[in-house]
Design a protein around this ligand. Sequence first.
Ligand SMILES: CC(C)(COP(=O)(O)OP(=O)(O)OC[C@H]1O[C@@H](n2cnc3c(N)ncnc32)[C@H](O)[C@@H]1OP(=O)(O)O)[C@@H](O)C(=O)NCCC(=O)NCCS
Length: 199
Amino acid sequence: MPNPHTAAGSSTWQSGCVPALSPSRVLVGPTIRLRSIRSDDQPALRLAAEDSAIQKYCFPNPEPTEVNKEQWVRLQLHPSDAQTARFAIADHEDEALYGAISLHIEVGKPTIAESGFWIAPEFRQRGFALEAVEVIVDWVFRDLEIERMELFIDFDNLGSQSVATRAGFQHHGDVSYPIPTGVTRDVQRWIREGVGSPS
Ligand SMILES: CC(C)(COP(=O)(O)OP(=O)(O)OC[C@H]1O[C@@H](n2cnc3c(N)ncnc32)[C@H](O)[C@@H]1OP(=O)(O)O)[C@@H](O)C(=O)NCCC(=O)NCCS
């Protein structure tokens, strides 16, 4: 069955990898679209990098230094590859950037996908994060061979936990999550199971 959230367009896909999305292929929800992150998103990304919640919960290194802000902006702009796709969460009509969501498939674990997301402060509490997660979940369970989606969320991140609950995820214990700074971070593991059915 074709995915109602997937706009027409071609993609290449191989098991265990994130599909390559072309600029003409976007994922759409009722009020948002997920598109590639573009270089003209840089001003909005730089503004988002000033937000203390994004610094705390999304930066690889949460210290809000200029170097770490720039590193995070560069990470957002990094092109998607076989293991990680990054999407702008954008306005359905004018494509203005509200936030971003990523999808990661670990090498050797082709049926498990992890997602992370953020919404710029001025666009929060309007349902955009929930809608983006729902679009991604629907896509991976319908079109990819993914059987389980995972989210890793800080203990005090009630907003993200609320998004996870509303998107049908369940809290499955706590884990030490490795971050690029070489240390680990204790976080909650949230899971949503589905049945992968590649089209
Ligand atoms: C967490 C975050 C993504 C939520 O985005 P959002 O677009 O405001 O969330 P939504 O509007 O889709 O809200 C979905 C649900 O979560 C609830 N929610 C959102 N933020 C909340 C908060 N701070 N505290 C409690 N509940 C919250 C909403 O009320 C809504 O629940 P409801 O439908 O029952 O009312 C956003 O606050 C953010 O980007 N924070 C900083 C970065 C971050 O934490 N990223 C996640 C890392 S795991």
